[in-house]
Design a protein around this ligand. Sequence first.
Ligand code: NAP
Ligand code: HSE
Length: 434
Amino acid sequence: MAEPLRIALAGLGTVGAGVIRLLEANAGLIAGRAGRAIAVTAVSARDRGKDRGVDLSGFAWEDDMTALAARDDVDVVVELVGGSDGPALTLARKTLAQGKAFVTANKAMVAHHGLELAALSEQHCAPIRYEAAVAGGIPAIKGIGEGAAANRIERIYGILNGTCNYILSEMESTGRDFAEVLGEAQALGYAEADPTFDIEGVDAAHKLAILAALAFGTKLDFAAVDTTGISRIRAADIAQARALGYVIRLIGLADCDSAPSPQLFQRVAPCLVPATHPLAGVCGPTNAVVAEGNFAGRLLFEGAGAGDGPTASAVVADLIDIARGNTPPAFSLPVAMLADSVRADPAGRRNRAYLRLMVADRPGVLAEITAAMRDAGVSIESLIQQGRQAESEEPVLVAMVTHEGPEGSVAKALELLDGSPSLSEAPLVMWLLG
Ligand code: NAP
Ligand code: HSE
């Protein structure tokens, strides 16, 4: 058998320790499939004394993770630290500039700097792989970039954040409070170091931007992802959605209209998903990615989106590919062939909307709301107003679902209602997944 592939690990937290456990547990099987052993030679983290439940005694230690790139006993550097910039980015640049392979689970860094790193990778003939950065253990990057490479992808969408999906499905099944369930997702190792990245949709937006570049052959454009998180979702929205035959999921969706030049639409937002749709049954930290290919049809990838084992599985799959010499371009096309795109205007997209308004319960309020809908050309399919306690001055909830129409009309109706003294807070809009 060939010489072992020697790897260095930067980061020994949830994912890093998971990679060490997986490489040990499945060493024989991995060596067989890779054609050679995969051996850790050096590691780095912040605290050398921390007990991580894995034996580090056989590995060299670097206090400065960026020093891993220059070590003579390292062929591949694996970055499992996180952060879009800072030491993770320095390590990526140094590793690739040395002509060494680089593996990362860091979607924030890939979303912000993926193009630059892909160009460095080509310049120095040093592969970069990032399967674990999108949808945890699901081989979505490989599936879309290689398995579906013969297709024109029409649309890509899915559940891309395990923490949000865990929170929404727990709220749905137990009626528990948002904050309590978030704490649990953090304790289970699903959440980012800064959990606002999860609940405000930023983590899902990082992943969507990566998937869009891969699927449509466009340059990464994270800044153009229209992003809304789940922090405004209430138990009452979940109950209303259920009454209408829907569940609420945080959905990332992208499509690209290529004529006459690429217009890229990218959105992350909580959506109402029909209870009969395959994504409605995706619960807990599970992720799902749907890619619609012009020859393959609808491809659905589903599996664990976060956690040590599944994420380690994706990292080690990249290492096996590197050991085998299977290293396609980072975004499936050479960087010079990735197209520029403009941000698509959502106003003309036809959709159905769920709108939730908190209103004062007094005469004329519903008339004001429905007049705004009429004036904006929005047709209401159903409307529910919750009752209030006798004598209570609290605002009441009005929820409605519109007929299909241009998104721009809903935006116009909200403009007409903006600043109305009848509303106690800004309306919440969720699109229905079609
Ligand atoms: P984590 O548990 O917080 O671990 C981060 C590790 O990085 C820790 O070992 C920490 O050291 C080390 N570290 C932080 N700053 C460092 C520095 N300046 N120099 C050297 N080491 C440093 O994070 P994680 O959940 O494993 O996530 C790692 C990466 O994987 C992130 O990019 C994340 O987005 C991505 N990811 C995570 C999951 C998941 O389910 N957790 C899934 C997919 C992708 P100490 O241990 O000494 O503090
Ligand atoms: N915080 C991320 C999530 C980890 O909850 O999906 C996996 O990328």
